[in-house]
Design a protein around this ligand. Sequence first.
Ligand SMILES: Nc1nc2c(ncn2[C@@H]2O[C@H](COP(=O)(O)OP(=O)(O)OP(=O)(O)O)[C@@H](O)[C@H]2O)c(=O)[nH]1
Ligand SMILES: [Mg+2]
Ligand SMILES: [Zn+2]
Length: 343
Amino acid sequence: MREPPLLGWVMAVQANFYRVRLELPDAPELLCVRRARLKKVGIHILVGDRVEVEEPDWQGSRGAIAAVAPRHNQLPRPAIANIDRLLLVVSLAQPEPDPHQVSRFLVMAAPLGCAVLVVWTKQDLVDAAAVATWGDRLRQWGYESLAVSTVTGQGLGPLGAQLRSGITVATGLSGVGKSSLIQALVPQATIRTGNISSRYEKGRHTTRHVELFPLSEGGYLADSPGFMQPTLAMTPRQLMAAFPEIRARLERGWCQFPNCTHHHEPGCVVRGSWERYPHYLSFLAEVQDGGDRPREEKTYKEKSQHHEPLLSRKKHRRPSRRVLHQGQSQEPDLDVEVGEIEF
Ligand SMILES: Nc1nc2c(ncn2[C@@H]2O[C@H](COP(=O)(O)OP(=O)(O)OP(=O)(O)O)[C@@H](O)[C@H]2O)c(=O)[nH]1
Ligand SMILES: [Mg+2]
Ligand SMILES: [Zn+2]
């Protein structure tokens, strides 16, 4: 009888090697190559991928990736698969929160279909009233948030407790403290943090390398490069679905027209004086402008479902691996300049 397959998760991609953490307790991480047959059919492997490893060399900590499981979502930049939670990092000061910008990130996260948690950083720089005001405001929008400081250590315990399962990716504007936060939560990680002013001058990100860090209480956390000006790549329908306030209004009543854009149409139950309605209108104008581009018709979730290589869920033995060869995926573009980065 064949041995059961060795399954693991890709923690980092380094040149042509993949660092894989096996699902076996106490197993060492293996530095793996991608099997030539996967390469031949254009199957790429991302950080966050669940993979099957063949021919482990336990002494040399080496192995070969033979198959990749289907992804439930993926971010192209940074290239990470199977995200369970997006940690939207916003600083309470330096820079101050910009509600429109926060809204934009929340909207961008929605098509990934994962949980979203907002974390306010640099709590040490503001008073308790400011923290409470922002927390209340986000609750009105339909999101939970919590405040932390990497200087005083406030809030880090409760945050770690919320990240205990699955893969979490920290995102947010440049300089808000994502890398500092990850460094505080994962002390054994070596992450570059930066000085905001010098980074703006150079116009480059401090954080470029993508890696999953294991949290002490469970779960994995990845850093990502900060955004300067994120763009919305989605359809108007996806935009509407991204607002909890809109969803709530449509649960209570119906607009007169089923294809209502909630802009000018008569009999609209969404239009109103709620706080983020102006955000919705400006995002709507933005996505309608670029709405003809075909790539905007698909979410990354849909894309990954259609193009990803398959690892047969039940029978990942040798004969079933032929399924793998049908898949195709796009090579992630990892070297992206400021301003081009988007979800
Ligand atoms: N006062 C204070 N400063 C902080 C805190 N967290 C981070 N900083 C500072 O904020 C600056 C930016 O921090 P980073 O962690 O590099 O920010 P980032 O979000 O990773 O930035 P990018 O990698 O460019 O996206 C650094 O100078 C940090 O020292 C905090 O809790 N309090
Ligand atoms: Mg960083
Ligand atoms: Zn409407």
